[in-house]
Design a binder for this molecule. Structure first.
Ligand SMILES: Cc1cc2nc3c(=O)[nH]c(=O)nc-3n(C[C@H](O)[C@H](O)[C@H](O)COP(=O)(O)OP(=O)(O)OC[C@H]3O[C@@H](n4cnc5c(N)ncnc54)[C@H](O)[C@@H]3O)c2cc1C
Length: 276
């Protein structure tokens, strides 16, 4: 029997396991990862450099950067925020550097530095890491001493007192959680670039500029003249904009799809934009 089982060997699973092991050294912890390797997403993050955190150390201002979690994250950020993340890595010999726009990367400019830090910490703290270990079910069992968890793996089971789900965006896991009585809010895509077929940008991929971009629902387009009514824009953003081979990208576009993820889904991703 483990004290804690963590399902998912990504950044969240490792960070959780390491913090528990640090604060309760006698805890028997295992991370269960279905893949051949752990931390694969960390490896590709930030273009292979891993944008570890952001140099925004005020919890209130930090929370304003979360489109659908500002209110919910305010409390947790008062307990643990970017400054604590920086401290965590610096205490373990991983120096971070702040770039002009506030993004923070390891000075080595390599996500492998972050992976090595997590792996050596897990090893130092006696956290078991089991790869090729896919969880296919979770069940709550009420015992006299309290609740324990039965975790199905392959053709066997593991048991634990506390269970952490850190499985990223795995819909199967959401079904297991729903079966336990929790409600799931269906996710929609966010932080995506725009696919635009318009001959005005056909010949200029690679052009970058600073722009204001407005999203205007099709119903707000004058039927007679086909003109957009900019005052009826539902979303507006400003920032660097990049013309690509398939449409538009860059922070001005990514901000729109991050903040407007649910609105753009309502339009079935068919809408007009106005770029100034
Ligand atoms: C290209 C790219 C670049 C990015 N760059 C950055 C960046 O620079 N900075 C940043 O902060 N974020 C970045 N992100 C986002 C960041 O990578 C993710 O938010 C983060 O890695 C998510 O970590 P996680 O542990 O929650 O989930 P994941 O990394 O997805 O880990 C979940 C793990 O659970 C495992 N798993 C799932 N189901 C099961 C199961 N049933 N049994 C066992 N194991 C299971 C999966 O195999 C996986 O390894 C980037 C993402 C991408 C795709």
């Amino acid at each position: 029997m483990h004290d804690v089982l963590v399902i998912g060997g990504g950044a969240a699973g490792f960070y959780a396991a390491i913090h528990i092991a640090e604060s309760r050294p006698q805890t028997k912890i295992a991370i269960l990862e279905r893949g051949k390797e752990v931390l694969t997403k960390v490896k590709v993050s930030g273009g292979g450099r891993c944008n570890v955190t952001h140099a925004e150390f005020n919890p209130v201002d930090l929370s304003k950067n979360y489109p659908r979690g500002q209110k919910e994250l305010l409390g947790p950020f008062h307990t643990y925020a970017s400054g604590d993340t920086v401290g965590f890595f610096e205490e373990r010999g991983v120096a971070l550097r702040i770039e002009e726009d506030g993004r923070m990367f390891p000075v080595t400019n390599s996500s492998q530095t972050i992976i090595d830090c997590f792996l050596s910490e897990a090893d130092r703290l006696g956290i078991q890491v089991k790869t090729l270990c896919s969880v296919t079910g979770i069940e709550q069992i009420k015992e006299e001493e309290g609740i324990i968890w039965k975790v199905a793996i392959g053709d066997g089971h593991m048991y634990c007192k506390k269970l952490i789900l850190a499985t990223g965006s795995n819909p199967k896991m959401w079904n297991y959680v729903q079966a336990l009585g929790h409600s799931i809010v269906q996710p929609v895509p966010s932080l995506f670039t725009f696919n635009i077929k318009d001959e005005r940008i056909l010949d200029i991929p690679g052009v970058a500029t600073h722009a204001e971009v407005k999203v205007i629902p099709k119903k707000n387009i004058s039927k007679k003249k086909g003109k957009l009514k900019p005052d009826t824009a539902v979303l507006t953003s400003e920032g660097p904009l990049l013309i690509t081979h398939w449409g538009m990208s860059g922070p001005a576009i990514l901000k729109l799809s991050a903040w407007g993820a649910r609105i753009l889904e309502q339009y079935n991703y068919q809408f007009k934009i106005q770029v100034n």
